[in-house]
Design a protein around this ligand. Sequence first.
Ligand code: 13P
Length: 367
Amino acid sequence: MAKPTSRFVQYLTPEQEDELRQIANAIVAPGKGILAADESVGTMGKRLQNINLENSEDNRRKYRELLFTADSAVASSISGVILFDETFRQSTADGRPFVQVLKDQGIIPGIKVDKGVVPLAGSLNECTTQGLDGLAERCAEYKKGGCGFAKWRCVLKISEFTPSYQAMIENANVLARYASICQQNGLVPIVEPEVLPDGDHDLETAQRVTEQVLAFQYKALADHNIFLEGTLLKPNMVTAGQGCTKKYTAADIAKATVTALNRTVPAAVAGITFLSGGQSEEDATLNLNAINQYAGRKPWPLTFSYGRALQASVLKAWGGKDENVKAGQQELLSRASANGAAAVGKYGGSSGSAAGGDSLFVANHAY
Ligand code: 13P
């Protein structure tokens, strides 16, 4: 091997960097965000069970067809959709591949590439996320099949003694390895270190923990030479624990969230796409709006990548019935528009959705 001329090795070409930067910027274009429709078979089963529908492959396909063929106006607020592997391979009833259906609307298909959370031995009930084996090959296939970005979710838990050093360093590193493999294969990595809302901790505790977790995260991304301009961060908003009795306003949440991000996330990062994390649909929209209205420094676009908060009303209105497909699609359009407005701080108030104020909290949420 030739003697290296520098201790710094460029792992992406300028062309690869440009492509990643363009995809990331398109996803966080003003007033746009992501629909997370990447529920695993098990998680989708729980959603379908709520409307008394069997968790069959065809019912999952039908539901995703409803989402992806809703009004074409959805594309003015949704720039990307995250798919699950099964969904990536499915088509509409009349045979059009979902990936193509999305691309035809100018929506970028994305893909969940992790293989789920697993226990971290020797910790107090903490987790890491598996799925690095064979990841490069899978990313290459997804890229070839039309995807532009990927998602990997890690979870961190707040309790008296957690998150531990072990959990923070392990999850930050596995996300960095995933990000590197994605970038080498032309996929923008969404880096998702979710601090769960389980617990009775206050807002200040959530902020401190989020800052610590993100500090570990950006050290690991730097250690792995990640091209930050070609990445997106998918964090939790900083909210008090579900069981906290003290109440906070959207403005309190916005201040805590933007402060935590300013202290830890480099300005080079292309954008921040929050998860909804069990907030009601209305809260997720109001809090995103408050974050964008917050009068502090905000060097990145701040938008949404919601699963539950974009789908709860859709599922309720649809109820598994063919005659309600249009009603479900209407709910998606209305949630998407509301969140698109919130992503630029222009949400005007209640959009009256079917599941508007319902809590979507799931204890110890798996995806
Ligand atoms: P929620 O918005 O339901 O928290 O999920 C978003 C997501 O993709 C989690 O990985």
